[in-house]
Design a protein around this ligand. Structure first.
Ligand SMILES: Cc1cc2nc3c(=O)[nH]c(=O)nc-3n(C[C@H](O)[C@H](O)[C@H](O)COP(=O)(O)OP(=O)(O)OC[C@H]3O[C@@H](n4cnc5c(N)ncnc54)[C@H](O)[C@@H]3O)c2cc1C
Length: 474
């Protein structure tokens, strides 16, 4: 039996929870840890959106399918309960998709991803999940002169094949809608929405349980067999014999040898202000828009139902393979840097208290698109990872694709062209770990200089050209 250990560095310490999880975790009893032997048709590792959507679609399409989900923390304890709550389509990745699968499939994939945003709303309504879905659109903006027009190539490519995907806005309109004149220009993707992500993922967990999915929380998968049939999945206190195994472990999958060079793990860091609904109304940021700037270490921000600003920054921390350090739960140092960016975007609220900060790992692929396929060509071990900071909406599609492949079922609603797609690789660790720090530092200094209105050092500009694509194609 060939086996491989899944990396894990976080067991045995109290987790620092996001504001979202603190709000969403009610009195639901935790699902029991797996103890002893078990069997299943499909065993899913990871209880975030990807794993739970897969379980949901398996049960939708084959109610008799025996599905077990193994989650080392609690469902939603990973990125799914900590993210910014942006629910985005793939239109911002149209050029990458066109290069990968051609224009017509790229349009189809982007349209599916836009439809997934609506499906999430319908799902939450149908199951009485208080996901706080708000369809305010996504504003892709510039906060420095160097960022203006970062979207031009992407918008032009969309216009050629799918007119209307992005709406141009006058600079004054961007400043008005964002509530800050620091926003110099921008375009709107009207399909974007926001949710309270932990409410959504915990609601999805409840629905899965109601459908008969067996969930084991606090169950750490240590290794799995690659060649046996059934596959053996070993946990700290038990094991599962399964016909199919689905790996939905986000950044932690970078510890799996077949995926190691296709993922780089970076942090995304978030702060949340006190509730200031009156101040938001004064500023005019009342339309529920979610906003990003065009930095490579992107700033992303939105408001909440009770009137907070939730403001995040991607790509600051760097992890070694799938070994995710505790500083990817919380980093006060990075949170201070995020607050500085918040105050750059909104100088008028510099007096408002920051009440929460947290962070989590991002599973970034080379082209910023997800990786879905069978592991090393084995049809009974499937994976869905690499969401690259845009997984809240698209993971619904990923779950459909994984479920349809596990059941051997064709379905027109799945993003089939992404299955076993080609993707670039990163150098192996520890080379890339060291290299990523050098590049990240170059990018950070370049973008800091630009935010401060200074000309960046050309060395830092050169280093920033080495950064892989993010959630938008620039
Ligand atoms: C701070 C932050 C902000 C983000 N903002 C956004 C955003 O605004 N919009 C957006 O679309 N995306 C965003 N993302 C990305 C998004 O959250 C994810 O892509 C999405 O939630 C997909 O989740 P997942 O199920 O693949 O991963 P996760 O939710 O991380 O689930 C994977 C699960 O696997 C479990 N696991 C790992 N290893 C093991 C093991 N060995 N055994 C058992 N279980 C294991 C983990 O505990 C985890 O719960 C953000 C991510 C972060 C961290």
């Amino acid at each position: 039996m060939s086996q491989y250990a899944l990396a894990d560095a976080m067991d045995g310490h109290a987790h620092h929870r996001s504001l979202w999880l603190r709000e969403a975790l009610g009195d639901d009893p935790e699902a029991p840890a797996l103890t002893g032997p078990a069997s299943a048709d499909v065993c899913i590792v990871g209880g975030g959106f990807t794993g739970l959507w897969t379980a949901y679609w398996l049960k939708q399409w084959d109610p008799a399918c025996d599905v077990v989900v193994l989650e080392r923390d609690i469902c939603g304890g990973g990125a799914s309960g900590r993210n910014g709550g942006f629910v985005l389509s793939w239109w911002a990745k149209f050029p990458s998709l066109e290069k990968l699968v051609g224009a017509s499939d790229a349009v189809a994939l982007c349209s599916q991803s836009a439809a997934a945003v609506d499906e999430i709303r319908a799902f939450a309504d149908q199951h009485a999940i208080d996901a706080q879905f708000r369809p305010g659109g996504w504003l892709w903006t510039a906060r420095t002169p160097s960022q203006v027009g970062a979207w031009d190539d992407t918008v032009r490519a969309c216009e050629r094949h799918a007119p209307g995907a992005f709406l141009p806005l006058e600079p004054a309109d961007v400043a008005r809608r964002t509530g800050s004149r620091r926003h110099l220009a921008g375009v709107l993707d009207p399909t974007g929405a926001t949710v309270q992500p932990a409410e959504l993922v915990r609601g999805l967990r409840r629905v899965c349980l109601e459908l008969g999915v067996r969930i084991h929380e606090h169950t750490h998968v240590e290794r799995f067999s690659r060649t046996s049939s059934p596959i053996r999945v070993h946990t700290s206190a038990g094991d599962v014999a399964a016909q199919k195994l689905i790996i939905a472990t986000n950044a932690w999958a970078a510890g799996i040898r077949e995926l190691h060079r296709r993922l780089v793990v970076v942090s995304s860091d978030i702060v949340a202000t006190a509730a200031i609904p009156e101040r938001l109304a004064e500023m005019g940021w009342t339309g529920g828009e979610c906003i990003t700037d065009s930095q490579l270490m992107v700033d992303y921000y939105r408001t909440t139902r009770d009137g907070r600003i939730v403001f995040g920054k991607g790509g600051w921390g760097i992890a070694l393979g799938g070994w995710i350090p505790r500083s990817f739960d919380r980093s006060p140092r990075r949170a201070r840097g995020v607050a500085e960016d918040l105050h750059h975007a909104y100088p008028r609220i510099a007096d408002v208290a920051i009440e929460h900060d947290w962070c989590g790992p991002i599973d970034r692929s080379k082209d910023g698109l997800p990786l879905l396929g069978d592991l090393g060509g084995r049809a009974n071990i499937l994976y869905g990872v690499g969401w690259s900071g845009n997984g809240v909406g698209p993971s619904l599609l990923g779950g459909k694709l994984l479920a349809s492949k596990a059941l051997g079922r064709d379905d027109a609603s799945v993003p089939l062209p992404l299955w076993n797609r080609r993707s670039g690789t990163f150098p192996p660790d520890p080379i890339r770990y060291a290299g990523a720090h050098v590049v990240r530092e170059g990018v950070r200094r370049k973008e800091l200089a630009e935010l401060r209105g200074r000309r960046p050092n050309p060395v830092y500009v050169g280093l920033s050209r080495l950064v892989p694509a993010g959630l938008e194609d620039h």
